[in-house]
Design a protein around this ligand. Structure first.
Ligand SMILES: [Zn+2]
Ligand SMILES: [Zn+2]
Length: 181
């Protein structure tokens, strides 16, 4: 269990199981390895690459990495994201209709799903409990997450989709802006 104070002063706590705070984010390669494992126990699934905490009040998001010992370093936010309004998007475009999904980030960078670590695998803690953490499982049959997370390789803006619809738009902010924790 851990807690973290959001910049808006909301106290986030992950002691509830499941909780509405955490997102488990895997890089594509790591998730593919899990899917290819087959029969396994869900508790043997390697830790996510990022444990992302989202504030339920203001939706700021904080990414914590896992260290080599598979424990989260709570004091070390490595990425700090602020939710922006879709209305601020001017250059962003996406094509999820074509066979190869692609998008143009707000910064102008062209992204496609076959680029490494652009389209990430993200399960909410609640979803993880419902779909993944079920004991003895066949990892190839883990249902995909309901959200789709794309991250720009240049500016690190993050876009969250539900189906084909953009539902959240995040901009990376500097860690020097953080005052609490
Ligand atoms: Zn907050
Ligand atoms: Zn970008």
């Amino acid at each position: 269990m851990a807690q973290y104070y959001c910049e808006c002063d909301h106290r986030m706590w992950n002691g509830m199981a499941p909780n509405d705070i955490e997102w488990w984010v895997y890089l594509n390669g790591a998730w593919k390895d899990i899917i290819n494992t087959g029969s396994m126990h869900s508790t043997d699934i390697p830790s996510a690459d990022y444990d992302v905490w989202r504030c339920p009040e203001c939706e700021r998001a904080y990414a914590f990495p896992y260290n080599d010992n598979d424990t989260r370093d709570c004091n070390k936010v490595v990425k700090y994201y602020v939710l922006y309004s879709h209305a601020e998007l001017k250059n962003f475009q996406y094509d999820f209709v074509s066979e190869d999904k692609s998008m143009v980030c707000e910064c102008g960078n062209k992204l496609s799903e076959d680029q490494e670590d652009v389209r990430l695998v993200v399960y909410s803690d609640r979803e993880w409990e419902d779909k993944v953490n079920l004991g003895d499982i066949d990892s190839a049959k883990i249902p995909p997450p309901s959200l789709d997370l794309w991250c720009c390789s240049k500016c690190e803006r993050a876009y969250v989709f539900e189906g084909d619809e953009l539902i959240k738009y995040y901009v990376l902010h500097g860690l020097d802006e953080l005052t609490s924790g």
